[in-house]
Design a protein around this ligand. Structure first.
Ligand code: HEC
Ligand code: HEC
Length: 213
C-alpha cells in the first residue's frame, strides 16, 4: 500500500514536472489566435509599421522568441514603459504571452522602412557607428553586442538590422529618458546616452536599410 502511494506521488511529481516543462514553451499555433489582438498594429505578417512623427510599431517577425517574451514581461512590470502596449499585455495570460512570442518568432522577417531619404553622408556615419563605433567618444560598435551584421545573438541581444528607423530612434531616446530601463547591466543605456541627435538618426536610418536574415 505504502509502495503504491509512493509511486502515485512519483507519477504526480513527474506529471507536474512535465507540465511545467511544457508551460515554459510557447505554442505558436495557440499564439496565432491570441495575436488577433495585435495585428491592428503589428500587422498580420508581423511587419509592424514605420510612423514618422508618431509612435512606430516594431517588426516582430523573426525576432528571438525569448527576447519577445522578456519584452512583454518588461512592459507588464513597467521597466519598459509603454502606455500603448500595456493594456494588450494585460489581456493575455502568461502562457498566451509565451505563445504569441513563439508565433511571431517563427515568421519570416520582413523589410523595414524609414531610412529611404537619408543622405549618403548620413548613412555612412550610421554604418560607421554600427560597424566600428567611435572610440574617441567611447561608443562601442553596435554589432559588438548585436552580433555580426547586427542580426542579434540569442535572447539577450535582439536583431536590430531591418527594424524600422523611427522605432529604433524612439527606443534610443527612451533609453536616454529612462522610460526604457530593462537592459541587463544598463548595457544599452550606456551606449544610448553617448549618442547625439545626428548619431541616432544616422544609425537608425542605416540599420533600417540592412536586411534582417
Ligand atoms: C495599438 C498598437 C499596438 C497593439 C494593438 C499592440 N502593440 Fe505591441 N507595440 C506597439 C508599440 C507602439 C510598441 C513600442 C513600444 C515602446 O515604445 O516601447 C510595441 C512593442 C511591442 C513589442 C516589443 C518589440 C521589440 O522589438 O522589443 C512586442 C514584443 C509587442 N509589441 C508585442 C505585441 C503583442 C503580442 C500584441 C498583442 C497582444 C501587441 N504588441 C499589440 C503597439 C501595439
Ligand atoms: C554593450 C552591448 C550593446 C551595445 C554595444 C549596443 N547594444 Fe543595443 N541592446 C543591448 C541589449 C542588451 C539590448 C536588449 C535590452 C533588453 O533586454 O530589452 C539592446 C537593445 C537594443 C534595441 C532595442 C531593439 C528592440 O527590438 O526593441 C535597439 C534599437 C538597440 N539596442 C540599438 C543599438 C544601437 C543603434 C547600437 C549602436 C550604436 C547598440 N544598440 C549597441 C546591448 C547593446
Amino acid at each position: 500500500m505504502k509502495k503504491i502511494r509512493n509511486s502515485g506521488r512519483l507519477a504526480l511529481a513527474l506529471g507536474l514536472a512535465i507540465s511545467t516543462a511544457h508551460a515554459a514553451q510557447g505554442d505558436a499555433k495557440a499564439g496565432a489566435e491570441a495575436a488577433g489582438l495585435c495585428l491592428a498594429c503589428h500587422q498580420a505578417d508581423g511587419s509592424g509599421m514605420n510612423i514618422p512623427g508618431g509612435e512606430s510599431w516594431p517588426r516582430l517577425a523573426g525576432l528571438d522568441e525569448q527576447y519577445l517574451y522578456k519584452q512583454l514581461l518588461d512592459v507588464k512590470s513597467g521597466t519598459r514603459e509603454s502606455a500603448t502596449m500595456l493594456p494588450f499585455v494585460n489581456m493575455l495570460s502568461d502562457q498566451q504571452l509565451r505563445d504569441v512570442s513563439a508565433y511571431y518568432s517563427q515568421m519570416p522577417a520582413t523589410p523595414a522602412k524609414g531610412g529611404e531619404d537619408a543622405s549618403e553622408a548620413r548613412l555612412a556615419h550610421g554604418q560607421k557607428l554600427a560597424e566600428q563605433g567611435d572610440w574617441d567618444r567611447y561608443i562601442v560598435p553596435c554589432q559588438s553586442c548585436h552580433g555580426p551584421d547586427n542580426q542579434g545573438v540569442g535572447a539577450s541581444f535582439p536583431g536590430i538590422a531591418g527594424q524600422h528607423a523611427n522605432y529604433i530612434e524612439d527606443q534610443l531616446r527612451n533609453w536616454q529618458k529612462g522610460t526604457r530601463d530593462n537592459d541587463p547591466q544598463h548595457l544599452m543605456a550606456a551606449i544610448a546616452e553617448r549618442l547625439n541627435d545626428e548619431d541616432i538618426q544616422a544609425v537608425s536610418a542605416w540599420l533600417s536599410r540592412q536586411p534582417a536574415q
